[in-house]
Design a binder for this molecule. Structure first.
Ligand SMILES: Cc1ncc(COP(=O)(O)O)c(C=O)c1O
Length: 472
């Protein structure tokens, strides 16, 4: 008889050891280089041509994990991980992932796991209130902000009333459709628009002001230009907390344009949205009542392990009209209000609400607020230390937990030598990352190379952030 797991004895023993391994890992993560030093192909070369025929005990696999796999890991759970936006794990999130895997529940329909659907509904209302978002928003958890923005743009396209769902976009006369976002919007907006058939030429990048915020006057002008040329404006995506600098697009003015022009207003707050759990950052939401859809990623800055991205919308009817398709084998007789499969592309869905619930409940809102406040405080302190130096320039106003700076080199006349500054900044970044003591990434702003520090790990202390200064 071929039963997969013969008993729980081996699992139980290995499981206890693995929890110890995880606790030791988190306690001692600082002894690892943040950025893995392996060369391409080095990890793959350690593995044979195929899996074992007879199976191997967990002990042997954990030994392989430590010797063959861990060396090729870049430690996102390291308190000196300052690159991109950290995806912050936490002990509560890790335990929740264990339970999620144990249940292995699929929440495609309410009845395929009522707890999955109902906890998702409850936690997203809790989160909405905790972030100070308006009442009346419907929420759904998906894997990433990229997918959530894609879903929102699909709904925006459906809301045009062109029966694109029924008749498609080819073989008939349609005006060219337009999506607007700032030149600093995340690439996921353009990618979503490409996948939905707007075409690269249908994505209009609006110029930003000197603080990297979308210019509402330029948005209004672009829409007017497009209308005059026969195009149909469909959606505007405003970013609250851009990827490069955490700049915040002026939502009230953008919302006024969107309302006047009758276009869908999407708000990408994937990173900075989580900060509003701290009430003093709620100014971020000024103008949010006008948003048709909003994305916030608890897996970026709310200590929930990847993947967990929330899409809120005040127009769930449109999302449903866009995506609901119920074949016979998925029809149900219950009167559940929500079958989440109706609000997106995927049918099967993980129990992600369990980790968001466990993180919010275990730490409590007060502790989450305190950690977020600390992160912003560290970023402010770093920016203030950097501005004391005459060989360093901040490339953007310090915002939330992000600091962007460069090293400047001057010529004999005292003017900034752009080429030499770029070389010096890029050399500085390489030196920091090669040290293994921290990991920072870069951006380019108005053609200037900048070193970007984004703080977001729950274990980060000032002493980790101060490592940036040690390299100057
Ligand atoms: C502002 C913003 N939006 C969207 C994304 C995409 O996030 P995800 O990896 O969840 O798709 C990012 C990623 O850093 C981001 O910074």
């Amino acid at each position: 008889m071929a039963k997969l797991d013969r008993s729980s004895r081996e699992f139980r023993e290995a499981g206890h050891r693995l929890i110890d391994w995880v606790a030791d890992y988190l306690d001692g993560v600082d002894r690892y280089d943040v950025l893995s030093r392996v060369k391409p192909g080095e990890i793959a070369a350690k593995f044979g041509a195929g899996p074992s025929a007879q199976g191997r005990p967990y002990d042997a696999l954990v030994a392989d994990f430590e010797s063959k796999i861990v060396p090729g890991v870049t430690h996102w759970n390291h308190p000196a991980f300052f690159a991109y936006f950290s995806i912050t794990g936490s002990q509560a999130g890790i335990l929740a992932e264990l339970l999620i895997a144990a249940l292995n529940a699929n929440g495609m329909l309410w009845k395929t796991s009522p707890s999955l659907t109902e906890l998702e509904t409850v936690t997203l209302q809790w989160l909405r209130k905790s972030l100070g978002l308006p009442d009346g928003l419907f929420g759904i958890i998906n894997d990433t902000a990229s997918i959530n923005s894609f879903l929102a743009l699909a709904a925006a396209r459906e809301a045009l009333g062109l029966d694109i769902r029924g008749q498609g976009m080819t073989g008939r006369e349609l005006p060219p459709l337009r999506v607007y976002c700032s030149e600093h919007a995340h690439s996921s907006i353009e990618k979503g628009a490409l996948a939905l058939g707007f075409g690269a030429s249908g994505v209009i990048k609006i110029e930003s002001d000197d603080k990297y915020r979308m210019r509402p006057d330029a948005l209004a002008a672009a829409i007017a230009r497009d209308r005059a040329a026969g195009a149909l404006p469909c959606a505007v995506s405003a970013t609250l907390g851009t990827t490069s600098t955490a700049s915040v697009d002026p939502l009230p003015a953008i919302a006024a344009v969107a309302r006047r022009e009758n276009v869908w207003l999407h708000v990408d707050a994937a990173y900075a949205g989580s900060a509003t759990i701290e009430p003093s950052f709620r100014w971020l939401w000024e103008g949010i009542e006008a948003a048709d859809s909003i994305v916030v990623n608890p897996h970026k800055w709310l200590f929930t392990p990847i993947d967990c991205s929330v899409l809120y919308t005040r127009r769930p009817d449109v999302l449903r009209q866009t995506f609901s398709l119920v074949p016979e084998y998925l029809k149900t007789t219950d009167t559940a209000e929500v079958n989440y499969m109706d609000y997106g592309l995927q049918l099967g869905r993980r129990f992600r609400a369990l980790k968001l619930w466990m993180v919010m409940e275990h730490y409590g809102i007060d502790r989450l607020r305190a950690v977020i406040r600390d992160h912003v405080g560290y970023a402010q302190r770093l920016a203030s230390e950097l501005t004391k130096r005459d060989d360093i320039e901040l490339l953007a106003p310090q915002s939330f937990s992000v600091v962007v700076f460069r090293r400047i080199v001057r010529d004999r006349g005292g003017a900034i030598d752009e080429a030499a500054s770029e070389r010096a900044s890029s050399e500085l970044l390489e030196r920091m990352n090669a040290s293994g003591r921290l990991f920072v990434s870069h951006t380019r702003l108005r053609d200037r190379f900048g070193i970007r520090v984004a703080i977001g790990n729950g274990a980060t202390r000032w002493e980790h952030v101060a490592r940036v200064l040690e390299f100057l």
